[in-house]
Design a protein around this ligand. Structure first.
Ligand code: ATP
Ligand code: MG
Length: 204
C-alpha cells in the first residue's frame, strides 16, 4: 500500500512539512496528520522557511513570529516538532538545502517531504530537482482549488494523497485579520491570540 513506499523496514520515518506558516493554519495541520497516519510516520517536523524567494513580492512576517506560531500550533501533538534549520541558515530557503541538512541530522531515517498540490506542480522548476528525489519521498496533498496530477514527475518518487479539503490559506487568514474578520477555528486558538498580541497582519 502507500504506506510501504520505497523505504526500508525498521528505519525511522520522518515527515517534513515545509512552509512559510504566515500564519500556520488547520489545513497544514490536517495535511500533516493525515500523511503521518497514511505513511506510518514516526514524527512530522514542521520547517518554517527563511526569507522565501517565491514570496519576495510581499512582506513576510518576521521569522521568529512564524517560528513561534508554528511551535504554538504543534506543541500539544507528541508526533509533531518544529525545526529552525531554514531560519537559522539565513537567506532564501531551497528545499534541497532543507533535505540535505535533515538527512545529515537524522541518520538511518527515511524522509517524506509533504507538500501541497500547488507546490508539487512546480517541483521540477525547483533548484536541483533531480537530487530532491534521491533525498526524500515526495507526498503531494490535495488542497481546495488544486487538482492532483503526476504529469512529468519521476515514477516511484512521488505519492499523491487526498486530505479532507480545508479551504484555508494563510493569504485568506491575513486578509481576514486586516479587515477585522475572525480567524477563530481557521487557525489554532493560541495562534489567534499570538496574532492579536503581536498585532500581525493589521496593515495589509
Ligand atoms: P499562502 O497563502 O501565504 O501561500 P499557504 O496557506 O499556502 O500560504 P504555506 O505556508 O505556503 O501556506 O504552505 C505550506 C505547505 O502547505 C504548502 O505545501 C502548501 O501547498 C500546503 N498547504 C497550504 N494550505 C493547505 C491546505 N488547506 N490543505 C493542504 N495543504 C495546504
Ligand atoms: Mg502557499
Amino acid at each position: 500500500g502507500p504506506g510501504s513506499g520505497p523505504s526500508q523496514p525498521g528505519k525511522r520515518r520522518l515527515g517534513v512539512m515545509g512552509g512559510t506558516f504566515d500564519p500556520i493554519h488547520h489545513g497544514h495541520l490536517v495535511a500533516a496528520s493525515e500523511v503521518a497516519a497514511r505513511f506510518h510516520l514516526d514524527e512530522v517536523v514542521f520547517v518554517p522557511t527563511g526569507q522565501p524567494w517565491q514570496k519576495s513580492h510581499r512582506l513576510v512576517s518576521a521569522a521568529e513570529d512564524r517560528y513561534l506560531m508554528t511551535v504554538i500550533a504543534t506543541v500539544e501533538n507528541p508526533q509533531f516538532s518544529v525545526s529552525r534549520i531554514d531560519i537559522d541558515r539565513g537567506g532564501p530557503t531551497y528545499t534541497v538545502d532543507t533535505l540535505r541538512d535533515l538527512r545529515a541530522l537524522n541518520p538511518d531515517t527515511d524522509l517524506f517531504f509533504i507538500t501541497g498540490a500547488d507546490a508539487l506542480a512546480q517541483i521540477l522548476t525547483w533548484r536541483d530537482s533531480e537530487e530532491l528525489f534521491s533525498l526524500a519521498h515526495f507526498v503531494g496533498v490535495t488542497r481546495p482549488g488544486h487538482h492532483l496530477t503526476d504529469a512529468g514527475l519521476p515514477e516511484g518518487g512521488v505519492s499523491l494523497v487526498e486530505v479532507p479539503a480545508l479551504a484555508i490559506s494563510s493569504t485568506d487568514c491575513r486578509a481576514r485579520v486586516a479587515t477585522g474578520d475572525p480567524v477563530w477555528y481557521l487557525v489554532p486558538d493560541g495562534v489567534v491570540r499570538y496574532i492579536a498580541k503581536r498585532e500581525l497582519y493589521r496593515g495589509e
